[in-house]
Design a protein. Structure first.
Length: 205
């Protein structure tokens, strides 16, 4: 059973998006791990608000890829605002990176990652030299209705709080803020859907 490790940088929106991605993997049979050295998939949800946050994510991802040379099947992916703004430029900075996913494509992370991992595993015996190579995937295009796909939660366990996404993007375009350029125009979820999601969370406590 493959194991997934997710590291989240930045805001509460990123925390919520990471939870959605984790939920999709768990539903498909993956298990979560907090140990980088045992993960089959390593995903970073990145932040672009400060350059320091970007450099932290880049440095950490590069270090992990070097440390895990003995586990070449591992899939490395960068999600979030930095992925959206830098796009395929990230493949030059991180040669071992397999996947760059934009802020409107979280619902497609699983299919991309699982496809890469399975292709590598299937090629092991027949093409030993290229078994762990793969085509880089960069998926950062706008997608209609993406705001309504962040709605699932992991089992809350003992937690008494939870994030609920009510919108994506922003129209303000303040001089100091990159959000409108990394998360797109403002798109709100239907009020009824938000209320129903909150009720589900309350009932689960």
């Amino acid at each position: 059973m493959p194991k997934l490790y997710i590291k989240t940088y930045g805001c509460q929106m990123n925390e919520r998006d990471s939870e959605q991605v984790a939920r999709m993997f768990v539903q498909k049979g993956y298990t979560m791990t907090d140990r980088e050295d045992e993960a089959d998939v390593i995903l970073f949800n990145s932040c672009s608000i400060r350059e320091q946050a970007e450099q932290k994510a880049l440095g950490k991802m590069g270090l992990l890829a070097k440390q895990q040379r003995h586990r070449p099947h591992v899939v490395y992916g960068m999600m979030g605002c930095m992925a959206q703004s830098r796009k395929d430029e990230l493949f030059k900075e991180l040669p071992r990176l397999d996947l760059v996913i934009g802020t409107q494509k979280y619902h497609r992370v699983f299919e991309h990652v699982d496809g890469i991992l399975r292709a590598r595993q299937e090629r092991r015996m027949d093409e030993l030299q290229t078994a762990f190579s793969g085509t880089h995937v960069c998926d950062v295009a706008d997608e209609e209705d993406s705001q309504n796909r962040i709605r699932d939660h992991l089992n809350p366990g003992a937690r008494s709080t939870a994030y609920v996404s009510i919108m994506q993007g922003c129209e303000m375009k303040c001089a100091y803020c990159i959000v409108p350029y990394t998360r797109g125009k403002e798109r709100s979820r239907p009020v009824r859907d938000v209320v129903d999601e909150v009720k589900i969370k309350v009932d689960a406590v």
